[in-house]
Ligand binder design. Structure first.
Ligand SMILES: [Zn+2]
Length: 196
């Protein structure tokens, strides 16, 4: 269940607004993978994300800076530009694994295609493309829902949110049914006891 949304924009401000809307749904640990040709608005999009996370007015095109960290009202925000990356070693050097595992910051990575296989599957893909005139189409493919989890009502084990029902297995479903029946008998047995 991937949600795909296309938005057409014609100014950098509109691009920022679309990004700010997305930012409001982002939580620490979320990864936004950005792709699109030069000049298609990736940096505007990142600026909008930063704004939406409460880090106003700090994002510049990080042509020679590989990683920038910001702190805002919405928590930490890390901006990585993979444009000049030559391989995964460049990403590893930035402490990528810790960054992803810590889940303390929202991470946006430009030119994500260059490090595609290092990206977590649970992420939001954003692709910016040229359209007619000054227009751009922003495609937001949100894959977070596929990896959302819920908790089994009996054993507490986490399971995919898309799983049917409230239990992780037949065993837990059965245990819940027994618990329910025990409750019914327990309630039913009180008057009988009083009758004796
Ligand atoms: Zn269970």
């Amino acid at each position: 269940m991937t949600s795909v949304q296309d938005r057409t924009v014609s100014t950098a401000e509109e691009t920022e607004r679309v990004a700010a809307d997305l930012a409001r749904t982002l939580r620490p640990g979320d990864v936004v993978a950005l792709d699109g040709e030069l000049g298609s608005g990736k940096t505007s999009f990142v600026r909008g994300l930063a704004g939406g996370l409460g880090c106003e007015g700090v994002v510049t095109s990080p042509t020679f800076v590989r990683m920038q960290r910001y702190t805002g009202d919405g928590g930490e925000f890390v901006h990585i530009d993979a444009y000049r990356f030559e391989g995964d070693a460049d990403l590893a050097q930035l402490g990528w694994d810790e960054l992803v595992d810590d889940r303390r910051a929202v991470i946006a990575i430009e030119w994500a295609v260059r490090v595609a296989h290092a990206l977590p599957e649970r992420r939001v893909d954003v692709t910016l493309a040229y359209a007619e005139g000054d227009a751009r189409i922003i495609r937001i493919r949100d894959r977070r829902q596929e990896f959302a989890t819920k908790v089994c009502g009996v054993c507490g084990q986490s399971m995919p949110a898309r799983a049917e029902g409230a239990f992780c297995s037949e065993r837990c479903r059965g245990a819940d049914l027994r618990r329910w029946l025990d409750g019914v008998y327990a309630i039913g047995s009180i008057p009988e006891d009083q009758d004796e």
